[in-house]
Design a protein around this ligand. Sequence first.
Ligand SMILES: Cc1cc2nc3c(=O)[nH]c(=O)nc-3n(C[C@H](O)[C@H](O)[C@H](O)COP(=O)(O)O)c2cc1C
Length: 447
Amino acid sequence: MYLNAFEMNCAGFQSHALWRHPEDNTPGYKSIDYWIHLAKLLEKGRFDAVFLADVLGVYDVYQGSRDPAIVNGVQVPANDPAFVIPVMASVTKHLGFGLTASTTHEHPYTFARKMSTLDHLTNGRIGWNVVTSYLNSAAKNIGLAQQTSHDERYARAEEYMEVVYKLWETSWEEDAVVVNKEKGIYTDPSKVHDIDHDGKYFSVPGNHLCEPSPQRTPVIFQAGASSKGRKFAANHAELVFISSTSAEKTKNIVAAFRQEIVQSGRPADDVKVIAAITPITAPTTEEAQAKYEYYKRYISRDGAFALVGGWTGVDLSKVDPDEKVEYIENDAMRSILKGFAGMTPNEIADEVALGGLGPVIVGDPYQIADELEYWMDYADVDGFNIVYSITPGSFEDFVELVVPVLQERGLVRKEYEEGTFRKKLFGNDQLTKSHPAKQVGRAIVTS
Ligand SMILES: Cc1cc2nc3c(=O)[nH]c(=O)nc-3n(C[C@H](O)[C@H](O)[C@H](O)COP(=O)(O)O)c2cc1C
C-alpha cells in the first residue's frame, strides 16, 4: 500500500478551519521543528512520501473577496514548499518528497535546476507534482492579464515537459563529470550538450546547469482529471492522484484511467493510482466517532466556500444555498466543477469542509485498515494520500494506530528497501524507455 502524507506549507490545507482545534499546531508550519517532527514521524510510519501542494495566489472568488480565505486561513498565508524539503531530508533516509510546481508560472530552465539540486541533496528522493494552475489571482500577479485558458495551459505544459526532459535526460552524459585532479579536468566538455530547444512557448538553447542527479527526472505526479488532464497524466505521470467521494466512483475513474495509459503506449503498471482519504481514528470506534464530532465543531463553511471558489472559479455566494449548481465551462479546475454539478452549495460545503474532496473514514484502527484494504481491492487503487484533519495529530494517530495493523496484514513495509524514490516504487532509479522523457532529443544510454 503506497502511503503519501498530503501537506502544504501554509495555514489551513484541506480542513477549514480546524486550526482552531485546541490540539492543532497549524501555526507551526513556519518552523523547522514542525517539518522535522513530521518527517521523522512519517518515516517511522514507513510512508513512501510527503506530498507538498502549492498555489501561487489567494482564493478570492467567493464573495468576490480574498477576506473569507484570509480570515479562515484557507491556504494562506503560504510559504514556498521547496525549502522544507532539505530540512526533512536531513533527518530521514528513505522518505520521498513530492513538490508541486506549475508549468504555467515558472520557467522550465530555472525549475529544472531547482529539481536537480533537490534530487542531489536528497540522494534521489524527489518527485514533482506537475500542475497547470487554476487561480486567476496567481496569473495576474505574475504579469498576465488573466489566467491562460485551460486547454492552452495543457499545450504549454506539454512543451514544458519536453524542455525539462531534454535538460534532465539529454544534456549531460552520465560520465561527463570526471574530477581528474592530475589532468585538471573537472568536466569533459564533449559530454555536455546544448539542448537547442526552440518552440512555441520556450526557447532554451543551452545546456542544463546541473550534473546528472540520481534520478535525473524526478518521479512525476499528476492530478489533472479533465479530459486534457487525464491524457497529460497518461502520457507523463508515474503517480496519479484521484479525489473522489466513493469507492464506486473511484473504481470507474481508475478503470478508465488505466485504459488511457495503455492507449498512450505505456504498460498499465507504469503508473500508480493514489486516492485521497481522510482517516479519523482512535483506539475504539466510540472514541473515533467522538473525535469526528469534536472536529466538526470547528469547521468553517465560509472557508469551504472560499476553497471551492478558487478550485472551480464559481462564487457560491451567488447561488441559493439549496439550489443545485450547474456545470459551466471556465478556466479553473473543470473536473472538480463537473463533480459538484447537481449538488447544492450546502451539500458541497458538507463534502469539502473536512478533508477536501476525498471521503472521511471514521473508526478504530482495524476498521480504518479494513476500509483501506477494501478500496485497494474494489477500486483498484495502489495507495492513499492521507489527508489530515488536525496537524500533526491526524498523522500521529495514523502512524501509531493504523500503520501497525497494516504492517501485520503485510500491506505496509516493516523496513524500507534501499534506493531512490523511483527505485522503491518501480525498481529502477531512472525512467525506463517506455516513458516519453526517454524519447526526447539525443538518446543517452544509462544503466
Ligand atoms: C488531489 C489533487 C491535488 C492537486 N494539487 C494541486 C496543487 O497543489 N496545486 C495546484 O495548482 N493544482 C493542484 N491540483 C490541480 C490539478 O493538478 C490540475 O491543474 C487541475 O485539476 C486542473 O486540471 P483539470 O481541469 O484537468 O482537472 C490538484 C488536483 C487534485 C485533484
